[in-house]
Design a protein around this ligand. Structure first.
Ligand code: FMN
Length: 139
């Protein structure tokens, strides 16, 4: 098993309907390919966590990288893993349009990703803590 985390910049301000459509497609594909994960979208920035079999995750990432809906796709981390973090989510989705408390938390999570490139700040999206926090916000 393998996971990877990347960030990217949405090419235009994507409409919610376009994101919904993309997620619908992604969830079917991911389920068929045993891929799980979480997509965060905030202020035009995507951060995505993908996990599954190595070949399946890498093949999907190759397709995601050339998707015209975003650019500056930047791989932040990748590693072999033993267990999934999002075993029941074909693609969990978290974005800014949520209650205040959670919104502030997302700001704290996402801003350092863009502003502190060396990822020295904790929690950052290469850490397990970051995605456990995302998981909590989704419940
Ligand atoms: C930020 C972002 C995340 C995406 N995540 C997934 C995903 O998890 N699974 C998926 O199948 N497609 C995902 N896509 C869509 C793929 O990039 C691609 O459009 C889709 O796999 C269809 O590829 P195809 O046109 O080669 O059939 C994502 C796209 C973007 C912009």
């Amino acid at each position: 098993m393998y996971n990877l985390v990347y960030k990217s910049i949405a090419n235009t301000l994507l409409l919610q309907a376009q994101i919904d459509e993309m997620l619908e497609h992604a969830r079917v594909f991911n389920e068929n390919n045993d891929i799980t994960g979480c997509l965060l979208y905030h202020r035009g920035i995507f951060v995505q966590y993908l996990e599954g079999e190595l070949e399946a995750v890498l093949a999907l990432f190759e397709r995601i990288k050339v998707d015209k809906r975003h650019s500056a796709v930047d791989l932040l981390s990748s590693s072999n893993i033993y267990t999934r973090e999002f075993d029941t989510w074909s693609m969990a989705y978290l974005e800014g349009n949520i209650p205040n408390e959670a919104y502030e938390y997302i700001e704290l999570m996402v801003n350092p990703v863009m502003e502190i490139p060396d990822m020295s700040v904790i929690p950052n999206p290469t850490s397990k803590r970051f995605w456990l926090a995302a998981k909590k916000l989704l419940h």
